[in-house]
Design a protein around this ligand. Structure first.
Ligand SMILES: Cc1ncc(COP(=O)(O)O)c(C=O)c1O
Length: 357
């Protein structure tokens, strides 16, 4: 099977350190648990970075810090993984779905403006497939209105806008270390922020509410990543830029071969760097993505949809009846293609061309 992605880590790369961890008996809060946030901080340029168990818990922590709760609304990109809306729903607030650009797949400033109300407590911008296009326009709207911006950058570690890496632009940026991401710990998440006061509170909340003297000065949580997961992620940080460069080359090759067939690549606006977390194309008019995916599966090629239209998920559709047209069209017409070291791009594109005949 040609898989969608393969983690960029092998046993031999970590064998020595793995043995050391197991021999030491320090399976949590060890040296790699300290090294990983330091690497994330240095890499993104953010003032602070904290580990969590996932992007979902990272987003939840940030929304809790912002005191999002019943009576509040959170405007969010409608083209995303359901976790983006679930974290809002979980806190008793209302997710308000903002439509996205048919080209970049990201929330537009116009859609955001049209969905802001007196109840808006926060905005969640999603870098669809890792693409940060439009992030600064969303930040400008949030600044004007004094609304906090949380970035669901689950897919966007290594992407940047101009000279600024994702992690330094929104008020809070949440990354995922799930195995479909470029850098994985098996599971895991990272919060990056430049806000010193928020960092003080996040540090306490992520440590059961205890300060350095182990005085429990507030209540808190355990969202820690295990030491072995941190080791895996630390090792991949060393080669993250190489991984991204390779994926960008593979994306360019897909584009070269698929655009003549009528496929359209996700637009990355000038001045933005896309980490190519996912290779996503719009299929040509008249082509059914589900049928194409089924045909490729017969050739042992794994594909999936670009991502979900959240407002059209059964739960959200039934509760809010507020489906956003562009996000829905993208859910129906985008395809995510395999990308990893050694992926046979030409073979996959040949299989696609044959399926269209
Ligand atoms: C945009 C987006 N947000 C949130 C998540 C959830 O990430 P995690 O599995 O780390 O909780 C994902 C996972 O794929 C995602 O793509």
């Amino acid at each position: 099977m040609i898989r969608l992605i393969r983690p960029y880590i092998s046993f031999t790369e970590v064998a020595t350190e793995l043995e050391e961890i197991l021999d030491s008996g320090i399976l949590t809060k060890g040296p790699y648990s300290k090294q990983l946030p330091a690497l994330a901080q240095a890499y993104t340029g953010a003032s602070h970075a904290f580990l969590t168990t996932s992007a979902t818990t990272a987003l939840t922590m940030c929304l809790k810090h912002l005191e999002v709760g019943p009576g509040d609304e959170v405007v969010l990109s409608d083209f995303s993984f359901p976790a983006t809306a679930n974290v809002v729903e979980d806190l008793g607030a209302v997710p308000v779905f903002a439509d996205v650009s048919p080209d970049t797949f990201n929330m537009t400033a116009e859609a955001l403006e049209s969905r802001i109300s007196s109840k808006t407590k926060a905005v969640i911008f999603v870098d669809a497939a890792g693409n940060p296009s439009g992030l600064e326009r969303i930040k400008a709207v949030c600044n004007e209105r004094s609304i906090a911006l949380v970035e669901d950058a689950a897919c966007a570690l290594g992407s940047s806008v101009g000279k600024r890496k994702v992690g330094t632009i929104a008020d809070f940026t949440c990354f995922s270390l799930h195995p479909r991401k470029l850098l994985t710990g098996g599971e895991g998440g990272i919060i990056a922020t430049n806000n010193d006061d928020a960092a003080k509170e996040l540090r306490l909340k992520l440590s059961h509410g205890a300060d350095e003297t182990m005085d429990f000065v507030t209540f808190g949580y355990n969202y820690r990543m295990p030491e072995i997961s941190c080791l895996l992620a630390c090792k991949q940080f060393e080669k993250l830029d190489t991984i991204i460069a390779e994926r960008q080359t593979q994306m360019a090759e897909y584009t070269r071969l698929l655009e003549p067939l009528g496929f359209k690549a996700q637009l990355v606006e000038p001045g933005h760097v896309h980490n190519v977390q996912s290779v996503v194309f719009k299929v040509p008019k008249g082509v059914s993505r589900p049928i194409l995916s089924a045909q490729l599966k017969q050739h042992s090629i794994e594909t999936t949809l670009g991502t979900y239209c959240l407002s059209a998920c059964s739960y959200y559709r039934e509760k809010y009846n507020d489906v956003q047209p562009v996000a829905y069209a993208l859910q129906e017409t985008t395809i995510c293609l395999p990308c990893y070291s050694g992926v046979p791009v030409a073979e996959i594109c040949d299989a696609i061309a044959n399926s269209l005949r």
